[in-house]
Design a protein. Structure first.
Length: 365
């Protein structure tokens, strides 16, 4: 399965189309009015806004699904609602996430169904070879394991003044769409590369932690606890930690700030292992992919920090359960005329190839 490639217009503009921006504003304002926001508006203004923005929505999302209610005696007061985004709008937001981040570009995006999804993982393969005529072939018995993708909910909170959504729907929609996409992409990258197995990441292990725990790593010698201590030999040695079969599709993955160290590897006009003029840059001929979520380069001490990854990321799976939905809720402070938006998506990560990616780790002390 190939990673989703967005249309070129989305990559050029890095923002929603005007129609999608208006739809996003409509989703928010209609849901907000239905849960009792905009109380300071006159009835005529509120009813007019409801009719105006409802008309911008596709039929299937004109009545938001009520998710949470608070019981107060015999009456029920709804305080939030979750709305699935219209198809075209959800597609454009997904394209923005693809454009802002690296996780969906580098890993193999895998659509998930309900429940836990098991994926096969080849652990031992038999070699092919020549055989004679009319000779019984020996039975090949490759061994498999499985990894389970169980998507977890990822979300955040965006606070928006009520008037902004009504008065400038195109600007509002573009602001919220870009904000959601940028921050969701940032978290996806953090999870894929930096997840450390802690509760913060729902026990998931990202690329660097997974490689280190399995011994596919290079750790700097004692005392080398700063990114500035990394040498060209260390970076080259990292290539010996992956399976030779993945080298043809491998690349280095690190923060763009690491370029300050890479250029120092060029010791003379004829000794230039790092080439910044290519797109992407290359180190000893291997592509260097910048990942914003990876640790920054500096001269400070960061004992045990995983600084660089190397390998073929196509063996990693980015399991995606659903496109973005938006939860719209009232501000916790009733005196503040704000709407709270929570973009929600569900995804999981996993690796189906041993020794497909290795990590370079600073010394522990």
């Amino acid at each position: 399965m190939q990673t989703m490639i967005p249309n070129q217009s989305a990559m050029r503009r890095l923002q929603l189309s005007d129609d999608s921006a208006r739809q996003l504003a409509a989703v928010v304002i209609v849901a907000a009015i239905e849960i009792g926001a905009c109380k300071g508006w006159l009835d005529e203004r509120r009813d007019g806004a409801l009719k105006r923005f409802t008309s911008l929505l596709p039929f299937g999302v004109r009545t938001p699904f009520r998710l949470e209610q608070i019981v107060d005696g015999p009456s029920r007061a709804m305080t939030s609602t979750e709305v699935p985004l219209p198809t075209n709008l959800a597609t454009e937001v997904s394209e923005l996430i693809w454009s802002y981040g690296q996780a969906r570009k580098l890993a193999t995006v895998y659509p998930l169904l309900k429940g836990v999804t098991p994926l096969p993982k080849l652990t031992t393969a038999d070699e092919f070879g020549f055989v004679g005529a009319s000779v019984t072939l020996p039975e090949m018995k490759p061994t498999f394991n499985t990894i389970n993708l169980d998507p977890q909910k990822a979300s955040g909170i965006v606070r928006i003044p009520e008037e902004f959504a009504e008065d400038q729907p195109e600007l509002f929609g573009n602001y919220v769409g870009n904000y959601m996409a940028r921050h969701m992409a940032k978290f996806e990258d953090k999870a894929l590369f930096n997840a450390d197995g802690s509760a913060t990441f729902k026990t998931r292990k990202g690329v660097t932690k997974f490689a280190i725990d399995n011994g596919w790593s290079v750790q700097l010698a004692a005392g080398a606890i700063s990114p500035s201590d990394i040498t060209l030999a260390d970076v080259r040695n990292l290539r010996t930690k992956v399976d030779p079969e993945v080298l043809a599709g491998s690349a280095y993955f690190c923060s763009m700030t690491m370029e300050a160290r890479f250029v120092q590897f060029n010791s003379s006009a004829v000794q230039t292992p790092y080439m910044a003029s290519t797109s992407p840059p290359r180190l000893d001929g291997f592509p260097v992919i910048w990942v914003g979520a990876m640790p920054l380069f500096d001269a400070a001490a960061h004992p045990g920090q995983a600084q660089i990854a190397f390998g073929d990321m196509s063996y990693w799976r980015f399991g995606l359960r659903q496109d973005l939905a938006i939860r719209v809720s009232l501000a916790s402070n009733s005196l503040v005329d704000e709407i709270r938006l929570s973009p929600i998506e569900r995804f999981d990560i996993g690796c189906v190839g041993d020794k497909s990616v290795a990590a370079l780790q600073l010394a522990a002390a």
